[in-house]
Design a protein around this ligand. Structure first.
Ligand code: DC
Length: 222
């Protein structure tokens, strides 16, 4: 089994780049952010106060998160409910960010994430994959782009969705989220010492995918 760990800040294009590279190599793409989002969504629906770490820790023990790989990619389930279609809203991004700072939530997901890499060759993306989840991964990449580039990409996305926002506001959000992710007490986002840094600031999507494939092939000859 080959494990490729990809970490980096929000908006760097990790998931799109990782998904495309996984398809090319025939590996399973595992989006761990979706698991945090699923927990955020479910606890919010249950009315749990997400700013109360003890309440979140107590409630998460009852949430059975599973990943299933269907024709159109990864689906995330809580119990029998497929929540995949409900977790990509700004409201759930905030909920995911809140629950992901609670150690019990991270512990709850850790063995499931590790299990996925035991039974499949994977490209797994998140914030702590190379440092905590798969410290023995054969390939570790810290995929990033400047905050200005990430804010510009996000602005384009919002425009295409018909909900444009001023660049300065988007940039401020991006930088605030980076700070929070990098400074939380548990599993802060930081490159593993043995990670290869891939800065996609000057690259388009195809170039980013090719750069990632190049790093993987060099390490494992895939
Ligand atoms: O990558 P994303 O935006 O879908 O992640 C959602 C939230 O979960 C984000 O606040 C960071 C957090 N997260 C994490 O703490 N650890 C991971 N391995 C993946 C995501």
């Amino acid at each position: 089994m080959i494990a490729v760990a990809i970490d980096g800040p929000a908006g760097a294009g990790k998931s799109t780049v990782a998904r495309r590279a996984a398809k090319e190599l025939g590996y399973v793409y595992v989006d761990t952010g979706a698991m945090y989002r699923a927990i955020g969504y479910t606890l919010k629906k249950q009315g749990v106060d997400l700013s109360d770490a003890a309440a979140v820790a107590a409630a998460v023990t009852g949430v059975d998160v599973t990943l299933r790989f269907e024709q159109d990619g990864q689906h995330v389930y809580c119990g029998d409910d497929d929540v995949t279609g409900f977790i990509r809203t700004p409201e759930i991004s905030l909920a995911a960010s809140a629950v992901s700072a609670v150690p019990a939530v991270r512990a709850h997901l850790l063995s499931l994430q590790q299990q996925m890499a035991k039974t499949n060759s994977v490209i797994m993306d998140g914030r702590d994959i190379g440092t905590v989840v798969l410290p023995n991964a054969q390939v570790k990449v810290f995929l990033t782009a400047s905050s200005a580039v990430r804010a510009r990409r996000r602005c384009l996305e919002l425009e295409q969705k018909g909900t444009p926002q001023p660049y300065e506001e988007v940039l401020r959000d991006v930088e605030e989220r980076d700070y929070q992710d990098a400074h939380r007490a548990v599993a802060p986002m930081k490159p593993a010492p043995d990670a290869v840094l891939l800065d996609t600031s000057g690259m388009d999507l195809d170039e980013s995918v090719q750069a990632l494939l190049g790093i993987i092939r060099e390490k494992v000859g895939a």
